[in-house]
Design a protein around this ligand. Structure first.
Ligand code: NAP
Ligand code: HSE
Length: 429
């Protein structure tokens, strides 16, 4: 049995999960692929920190891991885009395959790293960067390679989905649900990445790369997180037959444009993704040959992430053992551009707090009409107090720029009490 040496840089939530799960997985990998993984070197930031025992004594200088001749594959589990970039760059320059779970690194600095991987003919394995334990990147890279993809959509941040599920099902408040997600190892070291939609946008950029050979400029992706969701929106959405999920959408528009966005979105309550709860993720896509495909599974947490890391390590080890170059992204340089967010067309949910007076609803509806935006449903709940009332509109398809003009005009009405809450609506079938 060929033994392949690995070096692990970073032993926090994910790294310690990998080390815990490796021995059992190694037995299966040996049986199935005829290779074994052997941890030869580990680096952490602070080796004096109290932590679960590691199989070998860690060092604090990650360069020692990469330069160790016994290390044939390097696993980066440090997070962020600074030290992680230096680690990735040094690993590729040393011509050692890199395994990483770091979506921020790939989405924000992939334009530098993927060409370096090509130049040094050294692969980057990154299944663990998207959707935890769901092998969606392998699915795109292998199982669906012959398909033209008509679009992808996904719930790809476990922490946000956990928070929204707890708010909808257990009536939890936002802060309590977030703390639970942190305790369970779902959240990023900086949890703003989760709740502000940035982590989902990192993953959406990677999915776009796999599906369309185009890594968008990260700063140009429109991103909204879940902070603005109030429990009343969850309730109104339910009355209208919808649930609210943080959804990533990736779809080609015409021949050279792609729409990539992340936003809290109303999905029909009958759609399979509406019942993806807790830290589970789901990615749906439509292939021209396969038709609709949906992947579902645990999207976050040390065990689910270990599953993807160990799959990448197994593939990398087999390739090293067979002296095969491994998967180099061949199509990472497609010329495309993101559509301008204002050109985005879609349906919207709009909640507006207005003074409870006769004629206000008609005024607001008139403004939508003047922007040629159709209204498909309106809710004006009874039992409100303090002289104000929420008006909830479910709108027909509209250009985002027209919606913004309408909402700006509504904000100027003397009877409008608070800024509108605007959420996307996707009638996925
Ligand atoms: P974490 O708990 O913050 O752990 C980071 C680890 O990196 C720690 O062990 C830290 O050392 C070490 N480290 C930091 N800077 C270092 C340096 N310069 N040299 C050596 N070691 C250094 O992070 P995590 O939650 O495990 O996340 C790791 C990666 O996995 C991130 O990219 C994250 O986005 C990704 N990820 C997370 C999940 C999940 O479910 N949580 C899922 C998929 C992907 P000390 O222990 O000494 O502080
Ligand atoms: N913080 C991420 C999430 C981890 O909650 O989805 C998985 O990538």
């Amino acid at each position: 049995m060929n033994k392949i040496g690995i070096g692990v840089i970073g032993c926090g939530t994910v790294g310690s999960g990998l080390i815990r799960n490796l021995p059992k997985a190694n037995a299966l990998i040996g049986e199935r692929l005829g290779v074994q993984l052997e941890i030869k070197s580990i680096a952490v930031r602070n080796s004096a920190k109290n932590r679960d025992p590691l199989p070998i004594t860690p060092v604090e200088d990650w360069k020692k891991v990469i330069s160790d001749p016994a290390v044939q594959i390097v696993v980066e589990l440090v997070g962020g885009t600074q030290d992680a970039f230096l680690i990735a760059e040094a690993t590729l320059k040393a011509k050692k395959p890199l395994v990483t779970a770091n979506k921020a690194l790939l989405a924000e600095r992939g334009q530098e790293l993927f060409p370096l991987a090509q130049k040094s003919a050294t692969p980057i394995y990154f299944e663990a960067s998207v959707a935890g334990g769901i092998p969606v990147l392998k699915g795109l890279r292998e199982g669906l390679v012959a398909n033209q993809l008509l679009g992808l959509h996904g719930i790809i941040n476990g922490t946000s989905n956990y928070i929204l599920s707890r708010m909808a099902e257990a009536g939890s408040d936002f802060a309590t649900a977030l703390q639970q997600a942190k305790d369970l190892g779902y959240a990023e070291a900086d949890d703003k990445l989760d709740v502000d939609g940035i982590d989902a946008a990192h993953k959406a950029a990677i999915l776009c790369l796999l599906a369309y050979g185009f890594l968008p400029k990260f700063s140009e992706i429109p991103v909204e997180g879940i902070r603005k969701i109030e429990s009343q929106d969850v309730g109104f959405a339910r009355q209208l037959g919808y649930v609210i999920k943080l959804l990533a959408m990736i779809r080609p528009v015409g021949s050279d444009q792609i729409e990539v966005r992340v936003a809290p979105t109303l999905l029909p309550a009958r759609h399979p993704m509406a019942s993806v709860h807790g830290a589970f993720n789901a990615v749906g896509l439509i292939g021209n040959l396969s038709g609709p495909v949906q992947f579902t599974g645990r999207g976050a947490g040390p065990d689910a992430t270990s599953s993807a890391l160990l799959a990448d390590l197994a593939e990398a080890a087999k390739n090293v053992s067979d002296r095969s170059p491994g998967p180099l992204l061949q199509n990472a340089a497609r010329k495309a551009r993101l559509i301008s967010p204002s050109d985005s067309v879609g349906r919207f949910y709009v909640r507006i707090e207005v003074e409870d007076r006769p004629g206000v609803l008609a005024q607001v509806a008139g403004i939508f009409g003047a922007e040629k935006i159709g209204i498909s449903s309106v809710l004006q709940p009874e039992g409100h107090g303090a002289g104000s009332v929420p008006l909830i509109f479910l709108l027909e398809s509209a250009l985002l720029s027209s919606l913004h003009r309408a909402v700006a005009s509504i904000a100027k009405l003397p009877n409008t009490r608070a800024p509108a809450t605007i959420l996307r609506v996707e009638d996925l079938t």
